[in-house]
Design a binder for this molecule. Structure first.
Ligand code: AMP
Ligand code: ZN
Length: 463
């Protein structure tokens, strides 16, 4: 089967041909660990998890290497560490913040059904030359300087964008345009306004490493050039992230990696997910219109959030609404009812074909609906339906556990509710309607709506 992927660099959907079928290599920019991740940050994690699972299916689980970094050096982290742990030495405070946040991130994305990447390097382990000889930031910067692509000015090391004739290809921003459009005064020490920092000095109360340019710390972009080279080589297959990373982050990664290694490309396919939006605006920390993954998981099982994310194609914006989550929850309830008890390891061709067309997840869901329709009367369809769902991170639990988890996620105690309903049934049987009404009101106050029929009493959580 042919896999086709949209490449931001060439602006077209192309047949995917890996450099080495035995080792398909993908790098995705990971979180900066200073605070809870919001549900917008979960979008690239889920989208590239689907691609990781698809690649493992097509090439074999042992033939795909997925690297996603953790950014644990950043001025936002320093500020958070000073605020939260004022009594501790800065290094210790920073470690506390980054370890706690990274553990929270892992718990969040695992609940969203995402596999761990093959490698998850931390930036601070790749600043200085390493005993194992893997690529590191200081060596890359030295090489850029030696090749005439970087210069020192004002205590900083800067990348010289004019030294790279095709700088700007990924974002389509030409150097001339950037100059004309620049609103901020050009930093006097830069040769060109687009030049960016590879290394900067640290004051005594900032984290720093001893380097050929004094005690300092790396710029943001260089860490991904180092860690991708360390685990995937100078040129690899796929590089991913959200569209806000195209410029400047990915543009600058390309410049650093290609100029340091002397290669024509850094990655053969550049993939970018669109924004998750709330009322037409990008969800972001700075706008304050965000919900954390953790908060979403308090109200909904992770699979509901995952399905809700995948209903929209990864390159389109998503409008994140409670209504969408409710619809996704209903869909999953139905799928669990039909397929949770079913074994099977052969996914449906139609599902794989949909995803092989540039991760067309809306088409995948349409195919799943088709299978669901046929599944009732046909064990083979039911088995393919179950296998397809499991392959892409759904149906990870039993039908009974699903029901429990769903109720728990909505903050209700199913055992207590079932107990109250039995008491109410008993009260009604002895015609104590005052008591049965009291129990119904008690349940209503807990957000639980009950329905009586000749087959007994059912309940659901009102929203
Ligand atoms: P940040 O913490 O801002 O560096 O973002 C981490 C990752 O989440 C990057 O790949 C961003 O592109 C992505 N991201 C941030 N906000 C959104 C959003 N609202 N929708 C989709 N992706 C986002
Ligand atoms: Zn990156």
């Amino acid at each position: 089967m042919e896999l086709r992927l949209y490449d931001t660099l060439t602006r077209e959907k192309r047949v995917f041909a890996p450099l080495d079928r035995n080792n398909v290599r993908m790098y995705v920019c990971g979180p900066t660990v200073y605070d809870f991740a919001h549900i917008g940050n979960a979008r690239p994690v889920i989208v590239f998890d689907v691609l990781f699972r698809l690649l493992r299916h097509l090439y074999g689980a042992d033939h795909v290497t997925y690297t996603r970094n953790i950014t644990d050096v950043d001025d936002k982290i320093n500020d958070r560490a000073a605020r939260d742990f004022p009594g501790l030495p800065l290094n210790e405070a920073i470690r506390k913040v980054t370890e706690k946040t990274a553990a929270q991130f892992h718990a969040d994305v695992t609940a969203l059904g995402c596999l761990m990447p093959t490698f998850e390097p931390r930036a601070t382990d790749f600043v200085l030359p390493r005993a194992d000889g893997k690529a590191d930031m200081v060596t890359l910067i030295e090489r850029l300087t030696a090749r005439g692509h970087a210069y020192e000015a004002n205590g900083e090391v800067l990348f010289d964008t004019r030294s790279m004739p095709d700088y700007g290809e990924l974002s389509g921003r030409k150097l001339e345009e950037q100059k004309a459009g620049a609103r901020v005064a050009v930093d006097a020490h830069k040769k060109n306004p687009a030049d960016f920092v590879l290394w900067k000095q640290s004051s005594a109360d900032e984290p720093g490493w001893e380097s050929p340019w004094g005690r300092g710390r790396p710029g943001w972009h260089i860490e991904c050039s180092a860690m991708s080279a360390a685990y995937l080589g100078d040129v690899f297959d796929i590089h991913g992230g959200g569209i806000d990373l195209i410029f400047p982050h990915h543009e600058n990664e390309i410049a650093q990696s290609r100029c340091a290694h002397g290669t024509k490309t850094m990655a053969n396919y550049w993939m970018h997910n669109g924004f998750l939006e709330v009322e037409g605006q990008k969800m972001s920390k700075s706008l304050g219109n965000f919900v954390t993954i953790n908060e979403v998981l308090a109200d909904w099982p992770g699979e509901v959030a995952r399905l809700n994310m995948l209903k929209t194609h990864y390159r389109s914006p998503i409008d994140w609404t409670v209504k969408g989550l409710e619809e996704s929850a209903k869909m999953l309830d139905d799928w669990y009812r039909v397929a949770a008890d079913m074994q099977g390891d052969r996914p449906a061709d139609a599902v794989i074909e949909a995803l092989a067309d540039d991760l067309n997840t809306p088409q995948m869901i349409a195919s799943l609906h088709g299978l669901r329709g046929k599944a009732a009367g046909n064990e083979r369809d039911r088995s393919e339906f179950a296998a397809s769902l499991r392959l892409f991170g759904f149906l990870s639990t039993s039908a009974a556990a699903w029901k429990d988890r769903k109720q728990q996620a909505r903050g209700v105690d199913t055992t207590q509710i079932d107990g109250l309903i039995s008491e109410r049934t008993a009260a009604r049987a002895r015609k104590d309607f005052k008591e049965s009404d009291r129990i119904r009101d008690q349940l209503a106050a807990m957000g639980v709506v009950i329905k009586d029929s000749k087959d007994g009493t059912t309940w659901e959580v009102a929203r």
